[in-house]
Design a protein around this ligand. Structure first.
Ligand code: AGP
Length: 612
């Protein structure tokens, strides 16, 4: 959560910081602020709310300078307010700090600092860092060393940007378990939580590792480890263009990302099959027959949408490889002393690669001797760096808080991984593999087909039921997993109460909630379960529900139990999830649009959840 950007160079930093913060707003939008070195002093402008508010504040109270840091906040300690907004000052306004993460021992440190006479103005944990640096600096008169000593004292997670009036030609940055990169420009350098913030200026950056810090000047960057030793790091070049971080004519990033899915799926399928077309080839995965034969169970661990993508993997792996697969949300897995060992393969799934719970789950799995495979979107992220094997999902930037194209890419990764493991272990006949591969290669055009045809039907359904307050999602097997993802999307952006249920479970209680005009989305794309799910839809319809069905083309009998039907093109049973989810994304999007909600920045949420 929280976005950080910093600039040092020859031009006025304020527009650079503001533009950077706007592209980081997906990380949090409770408040925004900048600190700029101006005529030997640090000027801070900060305010509650979105970056737009900060932009307006800067029109009333302009500031300029060539060195500055900025922050957009997702509140953890202290309510969203002007005073809790970052940057935070030391008491004599000499040192300013922006921070992403949580200082876990801040209370204890705060008491010690208060005993020394430091006065706290905010409720944040971050203010402790500003005072601590100041305290060390007063003792040794060396800012870099003061920051290093501070890093040795604080516990928890941090990405930090630090300014000091005594060093008007430098920014100090540090990170542990929260992302931070140091962008390399020409005559100017940057810090940022993520590359979109600085993509207008550079594609080259150093990716800071845990407990590393950097001294950044306009024409020089030095990197250090926690002991103060200078370290060297290869420059990472981001292979993305500026347009990837722009809406390109779409009203929302979410809609743009929904429409990018044919390309994303194609990107994830091209170059993933051997030249003779008979095998899956996954760069970065070193799981051959010998390693797989050593494994007697698989755990798939993730959060939110990534967890649902993992559940697709569970259903497929168990059915096609016949290995027991447990799927757990990371926040539960990490505290339950899971039964895993060196014979367990742990698969972690994450778009951002920075989710705190998933990262902790990964570390726990490694500590217990398990092999960890990461399915990750963000290149060079913490999870990508810590996993033993990495399968990148190639979805590009996903900016909307509600995940869409990343889910599709994660599901495709699950398909590929299942095929790979099944082939290595000999549980998938070549004939079946070839049939599935051909069906997979048709997915991009089939997604395109849904995007072209489904919108009018979905919009008309939304128009009819826009005043609904409760929406149930039902399905069986893989359709149940898709229902969970559909329900989450509707909650996130349309703020509607919504529940996913295994369709067969309804009669054990939840069906009591169905009454006249309750909305039910019924997913029935699994042919082997079609009749069963259809019967469950009939049951809710008989009790007055309005039913939107998602079914495979040709299964026209669904029309007898549904008010409206969205058909997906016919495909292999194992591949339906990626198609069935597209209408659900559109449904959530148009419901949120109809209700006038802030689709790309839903309340209380942030894109990258780097706190527990
Ligand atoms: C998806 O729409 C959500 N915003 C959220 O559930 C997300 O998938 C989850 O926080 C996991 O994030 P990650 O993939 O970056 O680890």
């Amino acid at each position: 959560m929280c976005g950080i950007v910093g600039y040092i160079g020859g031009q006025n930093c304020v527009p650079v910081l503001i533009n950077g913060l706007e592209s980081l707003e997906y990380r949090g939008y409770d408040s925004a602020g900048v600190a700029v070195i101006s005529n030997g002093a640090i000027e801070i402008r900060k305010t509650k709310g979105k970056v737009e508010n900060l932009r307006n504040l800067l029109l009333e109270q302009p500031v300029s300078g060539t060195v500055g840091i900025g922050h957009t906040r997702w509140a953890t300690h202290g309510a969203p307010s002007d005073v809790n907004a970052h940057p935070h000052f030391s008491n004599d306004d000499k040192i300013a700090v922006v921070h992403n993460g949580i200082i876990e021992n801040y209370q204890e440190l705060k008491e010690k600092l208060q005993a020394k006479g430091y006065v706290f103005h905010s409720d944040t944990d971050t203010e402790t860092v500003a005072h601590l640096i100041d305290d060390f600096y007063k003792q040794n008169n060396d800012l870099l060393e003061a920051v290093r000593l501070t890093l040795n004292v604080i516990e928890g997670s941090y990405a930090l940007g630090v300014l000091c009036t005594d060093y008007p030609d430098q920014i100090i940055a540090a990170r542990k378990e929260s992302p931070l990169i140091v962008g390399i420009g020409e005559g100017s350098n940057f810090i940022a939580s993520d590359i979109p913030a600085i993509l207008n200026y550079t594609k080259n950056a150093y990716i800071l590792g845990d407990k590393e810090f950097a001294l950044i000047k306009a024409d020089e960057i030095k990197l250090y480890d926690i002991d103060g030793n200078e370290i060297h790091r290869d420059v990472y070049t981001y292979n993305w263009d500026v347009e990837a971080a722009q809406k390109n004519g779409y009203d929302h990033f979410m809609l743009k990302e929904i429409y990018e899915q044919p390309k994303v799926v194609m990107d994830n399928l091209s170059r993933r099959f051997s030249a003779d077309g008979k095998h899956v080839e996954l760069d970065g995965i070193k799981l051959g027959r010998a390693e797989l034969e050593n494994i007697n169970q698989i755990y798939i661990v993730a959060c939110g949408t990534a967890y649902y993508a993992g559940l697709v993997g569970k259903y497929l792996l168990e059915r096609m490889v016949r290995i027991p697969v447990n799927s757990e949300v990371a926040s539960e897995f990490r505290y339950k002393d899971p039964l895993i060992d060196e014979h367990t393969l742990v698969i972690v799934v994450s778009q951002s690669g920075e989710t705190a719970d998933t990262l902790s789950a990964l570390k726990l799995a490694k500590a217990k001797g398990s092999r960890v495979l990461g399915i990750v979107n963000a290149v060079g992220s913490s999870i990508a760096r810590e996993a033993d094997d990495v399968l990148y999902t190639l979805a590009g930037f996903e900016i909307a808080v509600a995940s869409t194209k990343a889910f599709s890419a994660q599901v495709i990764a699950m398909y590929l991984l299942t095929l790979h493991i099944a082939q290595e272990l000999g549980t998938l006949p070549e004939k079946d593999f070839l049939e599935i591969k051909e069906a997979m290669l048709r997915l991009p055009s089939q997604i395109n087909d849904i995007l072209t045809k489904a919108v009018p039907a979905i919009r008309s359904f939304v128009d009819k039921y826009i005043s609904s307050k409760n929406v149930f999602y039902i399905g069986r097997g893989l359709d149940y997993v898709v229902s969970m993802e559909g329900s989450l999307k509707l909650k996130e952006i349309a703020y509607l109460h919504s529940e996913p249920y295994a369709a067969g479970e309804l009669k054990h209680g939840p069906i009591a909630l169905i009454e006249s005009a309750t909305l039910v989305v019924g997913v029935a794309t699994q042919e082997s379960l079609f009749d069963k799910t259809r019967s469950n839809m009939q049951e809710v319809k008989a009790r007055g529900a309005k039913v939107l069905a998602i079914a495979m083309q040709g299964n026209r009998s669904i029309e007898e139990v549904a008010d409206d039907v969205i058909y997906i093109p016919r495909t292999h049973w194992m591949l339906t999830s990626v198609l069935a989810n597209i209408p659900q994304q559109l449904f959530a999007y148009y419901m949120a649009l109809g209700l006038g909600e802030d689709i790309d920045k839903p309340r209380n949420l942030a894109k990258s959840v780097t706190v527990e």
